[in-house]
Design a protein around this ligand. Structure first.
Ligand code: TYC
Length: 111
C-alpha cells in the first residue's frame, strides 16, 4: 500500500495526521497517435505491403488489406503508438520511400 494512500486514510480517520490537499495521481496515460498512410499513383502496391510487414509488423493478409484500403479510399491507418514510436515509424516510412524513389507519404495524428 502506498504512503500517500495511508496518509489519505489517516486524514479520513481524523487522527491528527493532516494532508494539505487530496493526493494527485502520479501517473498519466500517454497520448496515442495514429500513423496514417496516404495513397499515390506511383508507389508499387508490393512496396507498401512490404513496408506494412517490415515496419508495422503486420501479417501478410493484414498488410494487403490495409494497402488495398489506402489504394481505394486515399488514406488508411497502419497502427496506433505513443508519440516517439509513431514519429520513428513515420520517419522510417519516409526514409525507405525516399531511398527507393517512391513518393509515398505517411503522417501521424493524435487519436
Ligand atoms: N495506388 C498505388 C498503385 O496503384 C498503390 C498504393 C497503395 C500507393 C497505398 C500508396 O499508400 C499507398 N500503385
Amino acid at each position: 500500500m502506498s504512503d500517500e494512500f495511508e496518509k489519505d486514510q489517516d486524514r479520513d480517520r481524523g487522527n491528527g495526521v493532516g494532508v494539505v490537499s487530496k493526493t494527485a495521481p502520479k501517473t498519466k496515460r500517454p497520448s496515442l497517435y495514429k500513423v496514417l498512410l496516404l495513397n499515390d499513383d506511383y508507389t508499387p502496391q508490393e512496396f507498401v505491403v512490404w513496408l506494412l510487414q517490415s515496419i508495422f509488423k503486420k501479417e501478410s493478409e493484414d498488410a494487403l488489406r490495409i494497402m488495398m484500403h489506402v489504394h481505394q479510399t486515399g488514406i488508411g491507418m497502419c497502427g496506433v503508438y505513443t508519440y516517439e514510436i509513431a514519429e520513428t515509424k513515420v520517419a522510417q516510412v519516409m526514409e525507405l520511400s525516399r531511398r527507393n524513389q517512391h513518393p509515398l507519404q505517411c503522417s501521424m495524428e493524435r487519436e
